[in-house]
Write a protein that binds this ligand. Structure first.
Ligand SMILES: [Mg+2]
Length: 240
C-alpha cells in the first residue's frame, strides 16, 4: 500500500463554486426548515446558527428537533438537479490520473452522506479513480463531520494512514484545512476561487483567501486544482 494518502474534498472543490450548487443546496435546506414548521426568519437564523455551531445544519436539526437525517438527505442533497449543473470533467480526470499510485492513494472526503458523494463523483466521471470515500454516516447517531478532530481521526483510521504527515488534503473551506493542519496533516491546500460567491449556512459569501496569512499556518492557497501539480510534485507522475 502506498505510504502517502491524498484526500480530496468533493463539494465546491472537485467542481467550481460557479456551478451554483451551494446556492441550490442552501435553498433546499431553507425549504426543509420551513416545511418543518419554522417561519422564514427563524429558518434563516437557525440554518446559519446550526451550520456555524456544528459544521452542518443537519446536526442541529438532529440534536434539537429530532429530524431524521436520511429524510433530510433525500429532500436536500438527494433532490438537487446535479446532472443539469455539473458534467464529466476530463481535466479533473487527467489530474487525478496523473497521481502516482505507487506513492499515494486517493480518497474523497466529504461532509455529505454517501449517496450524494457517489453521485457527484460519478457525474464528474472520476468515481473509478477514487480508492475510498470518507463521508458523514447519517445512519449513525451523533455522527461527526469536518472540522471536528474526531472526523479526521476516523479518516486516518479508515484510510489506514498512521502518520498524518503523509496526508495531502485539499478543501474549499478554510476551517476544514486549518483543522487538518492543527492535527499535523502534512500537506494542506485551501482551494479558493477568489471573486466567486458560494452559500454557507444559507448566507451568500464572497470567496476569499490570503496566501501570506495562510502560508504562515502551513496552508497553501490555490485557485485552480492544476496547481496541486506544482505544490505536490512528489505525488504526481513525472512527465519530463
Ligand atoms: Mg467543500
Amino acid at each position: 500500500m502506498p505510504e502517502k494518502c491524498i484526500f480530496l474534498d468533493i463539494d465546491n472543490t472537485l467542481y467550481s463554486a460557479g456551478t451554483g450548487i451551494s446556492a441550490a443546496m442552501g435553498k433546499k435546506i431553507h425549504e426543509y426548515f420551513v416545511n418543518f414548521g419554522f417561519d422564514e426568519a427563524e429558518a434563516t437564523e437557525l440554518h446559519l446558527k446550526y451550520y456555524t455551531q456544528y459544521g452542518l445544519a443537519l446536526r442541529g436539526l438532529i440534536m434539537h428537533h429530532n429530524v431524521d437525517p436520511v429524510d433530510f438527505d433525500k429532500k436536500c442533497d438527494g433532490s438537487l438537479p446535479l446532472e443539469d449543473l455539473i458534467k464529466p470533467n476530463p481535466r479533473l480526470r487527467t489530474l487525478i490520473s496523473d497521481i502516482d499510485r505507487t506513492k499515494a492513494s486517493v480518497w474523497a472526503l466529504t461532509n455529505a452522506y454517501r449517496p450524494h458523494a457517489e453521485r457527484v463523483l460519478r457525474i464528474l466521471n472520476v468515481d473509478d479513480l477514487i480508492d475510498g470515500l470518507i463521508f458523514c454516516d447519517y445512519q449513525q447517531p451523533n455522527f461527526v463531520c469536518k472540522p471536528d478532530a474526531q472526523y479526521y481521526h476516523q479518516a486516518l483510521a479508515k484510510a489506514q494512514v498512521s502518520d498524518p504527515s503523509n496526508c495531502y488534503f485539499v478543501d474549499d473551506s478554510r476551517l476544514n484545512v486549518k483543522a487538518a493542519r492543527a492535527l499535523g496533516w502534512g500537506h494542506v491546500a485551501h482551494f479558493c476561487e477568489t471573486g466567486l460567491v458560494h452559500v454557507e449556512g444559507g448566507k451568500v459569501k464572497e470567496i476569499s483567501g490570503d496566501r501570506q496569512v495562510e502560508a504562515m499556518s502551513g496552508i497553501d492557497v490555490i485557485t485552480d486544482l492544476e496547481e496541486l501539480r506544482k505544490i505536490w510534485p512528489e505525488v504526481f507522475i513525472s512527465l519530463s
